[in-house]
Ligand binder design. Sequence first.
Ligand SMILES: [Zn+2]
Ligand SMILES: [Zn+2]
Length: 93
Amino acid sequence: MRTEFDASKEYSELLRTSQWLNKRKQILKRDNYRCCNCGSSYGLEVHHRQYHIKKRTNGYHKPWEYSDNNLVTLCARCHQVGHNNYKIPVFTV
Ligand SMILES: [Zn+2]
Ligand SMILES: [Zn+2]
């Protein structure tokens, strides 16, 4: 099992696709454009609570392939702190 999420260049490119931007917009709207941790509306980002690897292809899910309850709105600051303090669990699905 892989425990480190590989923030590859490829992945950061996926975050610029319209599929992700649309998904991101949905999550921001659901969370009323507020950070779920501190309530700030500044510098919002959408965080994945967990990462999934497809058993069949051994590849990561595309960022927009996650169900909404695996995604949460955080401000840039809380997002950074969260990533520094917690390892994102990786599941094979
Ligand atoms: Zn925050
Ligand atoms: Zn994150």
